[in-house]
Design a protein around this ligand. Sequence first.
Ligand code: NAD
Length: 381
Amino acid sequence: MSRFEWVAGSARLLQQAGDEFERTRPFEGLRIGTGIHLEPKTAALLLTLRRGGADVVSTGNLNSTQQETVDYLREKGIDVIGGPTADPTEHDRYLRGVLATKPDLLLDNGGDLFTRYLENPWPNLRGGTEETTSGRDRLLPLRDRIDLPLLVINDSPIKQFAENTHAVGAGTVESFIRITNRITNGRRVAVFGYGSVGRGVAAYFRSFNSVVSVVEPQPVLRLRALLDGFDVPDRDDALASADVIVTVTGAPHVIGHADLARLRDGVVLISAGHLPWELDVPSLIEDPSVESIDDVTDGITTLRLRDGRAVHVLTRGHMVNLAGPRPLGNSIESMDLGFTLQARCLEAVARGTVPKTACVVPVPAEIDALVASAYVELARA
Ligand SMILES: NC(=O)c1ccc[n+]([C@@H]2O[C@H](COP(=O)([O-])OP(=O)(O)OC[C@H]3O[C@@H](n4cnc5c(N)ncnc54)[C@H](O)[C@@H]3O)[C@@H](O)[C@H]2O)c1
């Protein structure tokens, strides 16, 4: 069995939706354009949309596209533009290639497609979906200009707990172990950001016997971290004492060159945030205190400082669970839930049941309920 078959066979909600779509054909005659991490689980989503009659045009996201997924999708008749790239200019060209086909629906991931759509809008776009927190933040100020139904999958409570908290939490610990092959027990781990993702990262490192602290600027969330049993040191103290630092904030330049003086020898820096800017890797690398850079071990960049300390950056600051050697990303079941929300939201926009005023808003409650009930029923069967 190939990994694609394994994933498709494990994504039972998508299978169920695909069986229904084959009968109901909600996307008949429509083109869906997307720029999303291309890996076996997204392949299952794109093929489900196709089963509903969609003509799917896709490209990947920066630095997370897997060539074998591209090959597989092309074999299955999905139009994939470009291939793996870590070059933002090349990636921009691929995204514009998707938009040039003037899709009827956009499945966006990080706001890349809707922001570019506004530069040169076309009339047949019905609306679409946005997968992430970062995309929501980018698109919210543009909602008056977009003026189409645009449902934010991230803002479904299901995505928040199933994917952001549980799956990314587990996946970040798994990535740390897979890439470094080091122990988690007794390690002092500082988690920057205590949103839906940070809560999971903190909880899963703790369950792997790490000593976890949380740095969070919002007072209420900092209190929540404290009541959840985490230490909540000041930023500088956390930087100075951590063996492992994980950023999950959605914000740029959370850790940069000005912090180098504070970090412990051997510290491991990780980001699980969507954009590769939370760790300001260019400024870290270019700092005059860095003597040399060693990129030999797959997924680990070691900065050797002139005073003898080493700082290890995993996957050059790209999302750790989707980059580096043999990344598997989030669990199939968590993505099955999130992608079924995607498929059902796109179905609703395609059918015209979502009003234009529902622009950059959470998944409708009835779709959450439909997907949640279907999962529980399958789990109990
Ligand atoms: N790796 C993945 O597979 C994956 C999956 C889902 C989301 N994400 C990404 O993870 C990031 C976090 O998502 P979320 O849903 O938890 O967001 P969120 O907005 O709920 O939480 C982010 C938290 O970070 C805090 N923060 C902001 N700047 C900070 C700083 N400088 N230092 C410390 N804390 C700071 C904010 O106050 C906020 O509480 C986003 O970029 C999101 O796109 C990644």
